[in-house]
Design a protein around this ligand. Structure first.
Ligand code: EPU
Length: 415
């Protein structure tokens, strides 16, 4: 099994370029199912999840070429609107094919994703929305089977903000008859990126980035040529890498305005941040101040940065409280950080982090994608050697992470 070995204690310095956003690339690739013709996507991160989605599409008869950071896909010969359990179980975001398949083919059979390390993560709101759009939805043998002649526009209210739920229904509504209103929609930048891609395909969408999105369905869409937005969570992870090692890192190809909540908290913690055009410079200080955070839907503090921020707080001069409101079980990194000497107590949905003067390297195990990133960050700051195992989680979301960190002066290698 592959592991990542880090000899900690190096201050990171230099420049790093951010890759395309996994969580924008996945829905935009799924949108390629909505019409015939050849779609050309650039700035697609070369990650395990994007490869998995490609396999799901190929399995349906879609032509899918993924070279470097370019995806060319053509779903003209889409034959079987089905996503099998074997592939879906490795990636929950596979459910993003549901909306486009029902809209284009009038039928979809998609394996119901199971539970996940960070929470139960049901998809009831995706299904409720499809039913509102006129589909019949049944669960048969572990699969969601949805059918509709042509979807009809509807008013859909989400009682919980859901990112992929908003995206799935936005794609379905793009080809529905009449107008759809999504209320209490997710405002994440990835939703806006998908809306921009769909607009390029000829969809009529207003309000993406606010909590009310209006979609006027069209008869037909056309293929897109689209560059995926930069990954804000990768950007955030490199921000913390500078802050936690007391280094100085310039981050290029990023979008600082997607990161207001994180930038404000990292500044409060004492790092100096200079914002440029598509770039950021982060200089860490020796003293890290404790800062409380509460994860919330965008524009609140992202749950996908909670674990990494906790590593930073583990070394703060004082106590901070980290409140996770999005997922019910997103503290699995705590036990591993404790093995490195962190002083963290979990009470319900809060973690009380008493900063310690130093972390010490240890063998640790990654439990999910962002938890893995938090262990890498802790390892960079720790004294001695940290060995992170189960790094396949990391490869789902970070492109070339050890090369990028090495180039900044980290002593890190994969074995
Ligand atoms: N929820 C429901 N019913 C639903 C849908 C969601 O109860 O039908 C609940 C979830 O259980 C959760 C909350 O609503 O408690 C929010 O979940 P959401 O649906 O927004 O999450 P998601 O769309 O499945 C995306 C990202 C996640 C990110 C979350 C929250 C993608 C592919 N995934 O997941 O990314 O944590 O939004 O921002 O966009 C990651 O990249 O590491 C990752 C987990």
């Amino acid at each position: 099994m592959k592991t990542i070995i880090i000899n900690g204690g190096k201050k990171l310095r230099g420049e790093v370029a951010i890759s395309g956003a996994k969580n924008a690339a996945l829905p935009i690739i799924a949108a390629g199912l909505l019409c015939e013709g050849e779609h050309r996507l650039t700035n697609v991160p070369h990650l395990a999840d994007v490869v998995t989605l490609g396999k799901i599409l190929q399995n349906m008869g879609v032509r899918y070429d993924f070279k470097g950071n370019d995806v060319v896909l053509d779903s003209t010969n889409l034959a079987s609107p089905e996503a099998p359990y074997d592939l879906v179980r490795t990636m929950r975001a596979s459910v993003l094919v549901l909306g486009p398949l029902v809209a284009r083919m009038g039928k979809a059979r998609v394996s119901l994703p199971g539970g996940c390390a960070i929470g139960a993560r049901p998809i009831n709101l995706h299904l409720m929305g499809l039913e509102k759009l006129g589909a019949t939805v049944e669960i048969e043998h572990g699969y969601v089977v949805a059918r509709a002649k042509r979807l009809r526009g509807a008013h859909i209210y989400f009682d919980i903000v859901t990112v992929t739920g908003t995206e799935n229904l936005m794609m379905a509504a793009a080809l529905a008859e009449g107008e759809t209103i999504l209320e209490n929609a997710a405002r994440e930048p990835e939703v806006v990126d998908l809306a921009d891609a769909l607009t390029q395909m000829g969809a009529n969408i207003e309000g993406a980035g606010t909590d009310i999105i209006k979609i006027k369905g069209v008869e037909k869409l056309r293929p897109m040529t689209y560059a995926v937005m930069p990954d804000r969570i990768e950007t955030g992870t490199f921000i913390i890498s500078a802050a936690i090692t007391g280094g100085s890192v310039t981050i290029r190809n990023c979008e600082p305005k997607h990161l207001d909540a994180l930038l404000s908290k990292v500044t409060e913690a004492g790092a100096d941040i200079t914002i440029g055009d598509g770039a950021l410079r982060v200089a860490g200080r020796r003293k890290i101040r404790p800062v409380n955070i509460k994860t919330l839907p965008h524009p609140g503090f992202p749950t996908d940065m909670q674990a990494q921020f906790m590593s930073l707080m583990a070394l703060a001069e004082g106590t901070s409280v980290i409140n996770e409101t999005i997922f019910e079980n997103r503290f699995t990194h705590v036990a591993e950080l404790r093995r490195m000497g962190a002083d963290i107590q979990v009470e319900g949905r809060s973690a009380i982090v008493k900063g310690v003067r130093r972390l010490s390297g240890a063998p640790v195990m990654a439990t999910d994608l962002r938890a893995s990133a938090s262990l890498i960050l802790a390892g960079l700051a720790a004294e001695g050697q940290t060995v992170v195992s189960r790094i396949y989680h990391l490869d789902r979301g970070y492109e070339n992470i050890e090369q990028k960190l090495s180039a900044l002066g980290a002593d890190i290698k994969r074995v």
